[in-house]
Design a binder for this molecule. Structure first.
Ligand code: SF4
Length: 362
């Protein structure tokens, strides 16, 4: 058995969960955020294993959940122009703009293409020199590094028809700008280690002290998560509030230097709109001036008015962990994956869509 498979051993997970229940004398509410974490907790029924001592609330599971209506509206505006091939990854296809999603536009236009890797966007730009290629480059730092690597190849090939609609967000802004606004009580925070494999976590070492809540960076396999829950329970028992890293196999404290260098070469910090949360100071990235030539916003006449989000969507409360998705009054009635009102239901790994698909209705 490979060591990664051992981390998926559900029988062992059940035994570990019993040990945690015996160890922990008080009720623990854990806020879990980041890619892959909610999926693993819900799919592997870890909440049920740890019931009644430990319960989970969930923050953003994927960047598509917090990609702004503004970004989608701008994408739709550019994708509707002549002689454009507009390129995006599938996770952004159904995310609602103010009037429609890119999937709605795709039904009427053959200018929209879905890719799996940003490198395909560079290949298409090389193959179609008469078209302008615009790539919706979105996500947190892990996506930014991949997307900028593709851009660096386009630059090397001197492709004059390659542009990025940059909608990259800084994951740390959620930790430092949004999380501290919470006025609910949780006893611990679990953060998916995937993003920290790029950013590292040196910057966030003082976060638990500021929030007065233990923080554990975790892998997303069932045994990773249970070990991390145990680390939170131990911190609580010992009266500590620290950042601990369970995901040592993937997230070094200093992050990935090559990826971080790529980001700092092309981008600088900028205020950005986060869906449901509004404008966040230094919440994302913009191109440095010397790279404006690749910036779709600087090279295309985008008509745009600040959009409204659906009044029925309670994603702000859901993504802060204040309510679980099925407590939103629209859940499954007005809002479901084929007819999503908000991004957490439209995105494949969005928390509302995970609850819906994995049938957690109560
Ligand atoms: S269920 Fe739909 S409407 Fe409610 S918070 Fe989730 S995405 Fe928004």
């Amino acid at each position: 058995m490979r060591s990664i498979d051992k981390l998926k051993d559900i029988a062992l997970a059940g035994r570990l969960a019993k040990n945690i229940l015996n160890f922990s004398s008080k009720e623990i509410k854990i806020f879990a955020a980041g890619e892959g974490l909610a999926y693993s907790i819900i799919k592997n029924k870890l909440g049920e294993m740890l019931n009644p001592s430990v319960s989970f609330l969930f923050g953003p599971g994927c960047p598509a959940c917090v990609t702004s209506v503004e970004a989608i509206d701008k994408a739709i505006c550019i994708a509707s122009m002549k002689d454009i091939i507009f390129i995006l990854q599938e996770e952004y296809l159904n995310i609602p703009g103010s009037k429609q999603s890119l999937s709605g536009l795709r039904e009427k236009s053959n200018s929209i293409r879905i890719i799996e890797s940003p490198l395909e966007a560079v290949t298409i730009a090389g193959r179609e020199p008469d078209k302008r290629i615009v790539f919706l480059a979105a996500g947190f730092e892990d996506a930014a590094a991949e997307n900028l690597y593709a851009l660096s190849l386009a630059k090397k090939k001197d492709l004059k028809n390659f542009f990025m609609l940059n909608s990259h967000l800084k994951f740390g802004a959620f930790l430092t700008g949004i999380l501290p606004q919470n006025n609910y009580l949780v006893n611990g925070i679990l953060l998916s280690g995937r993003i920290f494999s790029v950013t590292g976590y040196n910057e966030y070492k003082d976060l638990p002290g500021r929030l007065k809540i233990p923080v554990v960076i975790t892998g997303c396999e069932p045994l990773d998560i249970l070990q991390s829950v145990y680390l939170i329970a131990k911190q609580i028992k010992e009266g500590r509030c620290e950042t601990e890293n369970q995901f040592t196999r993937g997230a070094p404290a200093g992050g990935n230097k090559a990826a971080l260098n790529l980001i700092s070469d092309y981008f600088e910090a900028a205020n950005k709109n986060w869906r449901s949360f509004g404008n966040i100071e230094n919440g994302g990235y913009k191109f440095k001036k010397e790279f404006y030539r690749y910036d779709a916003e600087k090279n295309f006449p985008i008509k745009y008015t600040m959009p409204e989000e659906s009044v029925f969507c309670e994603a702000k409360k859901v993504l802060k962990g204040q309510i679980v998705p099925y407590k939103c009054s629209a859940y499954s009635k007005l809002c479901s994956p084929p007819h999503a009102l908000g991004a957490p239901m439209a995105a494949k790994d969005g928390i509302c869509s995970l609850f819906f698909k994995l049938k957690r209705n109560n």
